[in-house]
Design a protein around this ligand. Sequence first.
Ligand code: UGY
Ligand code: MN
Length: 308
Amino acid sequence: MQSFSVCSLHSRFLLPIILSILHVALAQEGFCSQPSSSIVNSDSITTPLYWKVTNPTLSPSHLQDLPGFTRSVYKRDHALITPESQVFSPLPDWTNTLGAYLISPEMGAHFVMYLAKMQENSKSAIPKDDVERFIFVVQGSAVLTSVSSLSQELSVDSYAYIPPNLEHLITSTYVTTVLVVFERSYVALKNHTTELIVSSTDRQPLLDTPGEVFELRKLLPTSIPYDFNIHIMDFQPGEYLNVKEIHYNQHGLLLLEGQGIYRLGDNWYPVQAGDSIWMAPFVPQWYAALGKTRSRYLLYKDVNRNPL
Ligand code: UGY
Ligand code: MN
């Protein structure tokens, strides 16, 4: 009641004066604002009514701010998870680390892909029995210690493959280290084992890509013991996949740089750095790089095992 009487006092005696001097301030929310913005609206003085209809927002970065707007989708055979949809919570058994699972078996994947945000004095947990782990540093730096080697520092663009059941610890003292992590149950073969690998993208040679134009590096050995690989694929603006791929392998993708269009099934998605994609077996897939800078993505792919 009191606020009503203050407002009506303003309306009768002060409002005409304030309107003529401070109409901009009056239009702001919470200051006895008028219910109808078309009556007292600073915009209406400088811009015509309905001006957004003829001056639409074209920039994707503005679209990000629209309430409820997201480019993320989740479908039976693919998902696009964009940064505004990532949900972080404490990673089970890790210390001072928040995680966002972007791909998991609930989707139909046989692996998990997650972002781990390691804060100061953070520590990893051990994966479950028979689970292999791959980590790639996106931001900051981490130290990997294992029973089979000395401690090694991993900076941005460095990665490690940790074989199943190898005791190890990832720590970070940096604020904030961001890792992308892949884990899956190892499909063992008789007389074969995998080894601890620590390296960086720039130390991997460019590989031949017959019939394609993109540049390809593989971060893991292509030999039989390894049941997945991680590809780093680079496209210059205007380059695209020649093969409109359909294959039995699954993918987990993180777009590290650039922007373009990803085709998944019958859907065409504008994508940019920071986006992640799950591709189920046999989903039609195709990418074209656009924009002004190269596109680089990191791609999980299961290999070297008979699907039967
Ligand atoms: O190797 C691949 O399957 C890769 N070219 N797929 C992709 O980029 N979607
Ligand atoms: Mn593929």
